[in-house]
Design a protein around this ligand. Structure first.
Ligand SMILES: C[S@@+](CC[C@H](N)C(=O)[O-])C[C@H]1O[C@@H](n2cnc3c(N)ncnc32)[C@H](O)[C@@H]1O
Length: 477
């Protein structure tokens, strides 16, 4: 396609601003990954009736509900995986070829097809399509099922499945989550989907669900109604960084877990993970957990509930993982994380891995955490650009502190930073469990914390300390 618009910047303007804001807090922001053309694996595209009633398939012009057809603006097609572009072109072509299925008209609230939701299953090179319809039932507009069948019979693109989401409301929500809103019309045989493997029983209920496999080896069953990361290639890099940041053998609590992508990715190396999320994609989580090797399944548990209600999940954990919505952490969770009293639910936490999709909220939460004694590991955070052309960053920031209570519940004595001279380093050890772990050559959070405290104080020791810290911290990743 030739561009009639503009070239899209791979680095959002927000990056410079974010770098400056973190630098003010002594934290260096490094660019971890950038979005490339074709890397967006999930998208929602509008369908609206044009002035002549013909369907327009594309993105809304900024600040309006006027649809710009995808082929006319590179901001629509350039970020998307080629399979999404093929699917959009196929739908637009079929709508033009037969005028049976009407497009939604916002002023009259008439017309059936209002949005497309498209997601790529990378392992099978297929597309899961949801036709969002202004209809209370399939029977209300028979043209919908006929249109879906015509699409399904096309040779290209290769469909994974075709769903309908019945959303007959006049509100702006793209999707309806009412019971029976989601109807599966067509799906490939689920067995062997996405290389997910599994026996007949395990495949039950997976019809029409994508199976995404991450480099961690964990696979995720994604029906069209669950949250999924829109750029799975970039998210792979974030999951990899998170896995390196969480020491082997950790006890992990994860709030805002969605379908459990992060917690399940940690399962191979940690002792346990307690996941929770306000919205209950519980069946998808269970199906995903079933794809883990047998010995790892029991390590990951899932509860439905808001972060503020699930604070006690942190008791006995040493690592917390959060990937909250743009508005950042719930007030009650932030307060609990900042509360260092030994009987607080978060008292045993020594590491907090914070994945943020809302930079202003991250800064607000970081200020509260830093003021309460948390520090940013290695004074570094990682920015990932998930959306080509959008002023958006995903940021991974790992906070550390000396937890007032060990994960075994034992209180830790208050410690002074270790004394050091130009050629020697003393590292305090806290309690028998940590001593034993260090003796085995594994990392402890406390060691990393104190080593960073030293590094900040004594420039001469910096190189030796850096080497020691790398050895101690990286040995456990
Ligand atoms: C950015 S998504 C992260 C999902 C997950 N990390 C993933 O990759 O699939 C944010 C999640 O927070 C959940 N959420 C929103 N508000 C919440 C709250 N107050 N308490 C707990 N979870 C919440 C949403 O349901 C959503 O799944």
């Amino acid at each position: 396609r030739t561009s009639r618009c503009c070239s899209m910047s791979a680095v959002p303007g927000l990056l410079a601003e974010a770098t400056a804001q973190l630098a003010e807090r002594g934290v260096e922001l490094r660019l971890g990954s950038t979005a490339t053309p074709g890397s967006r694996t999930s998208s929602r595209i509008a369908v609206r009736a044009g002035p002549d009633g013909a369907a327009m398939v594309g993105m809304f012009k900024a600040g309006t509900h006027e649809v710009v057809p995808c082929e006319a603006d590179e901001r629509c097609y350039l970020p998307h995986h080629p399979l999404i572009n093929d699917a959009v072109a196929a739908v637009a072509g079929e709508l033009r070829a037969s005028a049976e299925l009407s497009a939604y008209d916002e002023s009259s609230l008439r017309g059936t097809l209002r949005y497309l939701q498209l997601s790529v299953e990378r392992s099978s090179d297929t597309v899961q399509l949801t036709l969002v319809a202004n209809a209370p039932s399939l029977a209300a507009d028979p043209a919908l099922a006929q249109f879906a069948l015509r699409l399904w019979r096309l040779r290209a693109p290769r469909w994974h499945s075709i769903w309908v989401n019945l959303n007959p409301t006049s509100v702006n929500n793209i999707l309806s989550y009412e019971p029976d809103a989601w109807q599966l019309l067509h799906a490939r045989d689920p067995r062997g989907l996405g290389g997910g493997g599994g026996d007949g029983d395990r495949d039950a209920g997976r019809d029409g669900c994508l199976v995404e496999r991450f480099p961690s080896g964990a696979a995720f069953v994604l029906p069209p109604w669950v949250f999924r990361q829109a750029n799975l290639y970039a998210f792979d890099a974030i999951v990899g960084a998170l896995r390196r940041a969480v020491p082997a053998g950790s006890r992990v609590v994860e709030w805002y877990a969605g379908v459990g992508v992060l917690g399940l990715s940690l399962a191979p190396s940690v002792a346990w993970v307690r996941c929770s999320d306000l919205n209950p994609p519980y069946a998808a989580f269970e199906a995903s957990r079933d794809l883990l090797p047998k010995g790892e399944r029991a390590r990951v548990t899932y509860a439905v509930g808001g972060a503020a209600e699930r604070l006690d999940d942190a008791r006995g954990a040493d690592v917390a993982v959060v990937d909250p919505p743009r508005k950042g952490l719930d007030d009650a969770l932030l307060a609990a994380l900042c509360d260092a009293r030994a009987d607080g639910p978060c008292a045993s936490l020594g590491t907090l891995a914070y994945i943020s999709c809302g930079f202003p909220a991250l800064v607000r939460d970081a200020d509260a955490l830093l003021a309460s004694g948390w520090r940013v590991r290695r004074q570094r955070a990682e920015a990932h650009v998930l959306f080509l052309g959008a002023n958006h960053l995903e940021t991974l920031c790992v906070f550390e502190r000396e937890a007032p209570v060990g994960p075994d519940g034992a209180k830790q004595d208050a410690q002074e930073p270790p004394r050091s001279s130009a050629n020697s380093i003393q590292i305090p050890l806290y309690g028998r469990r940590r001593t034993a772990r260090l003796a085995l050559g594994l990392d402890t959070n406390a060691v990393c914390v104190w080593v960073e405290a030293l590094a900040a104080q004594n420039v001469l020791l910096k190189q030796q300390i850096e080497a020691l810290r790398q050895m101690l911290c990286d040995a456990s990743m």
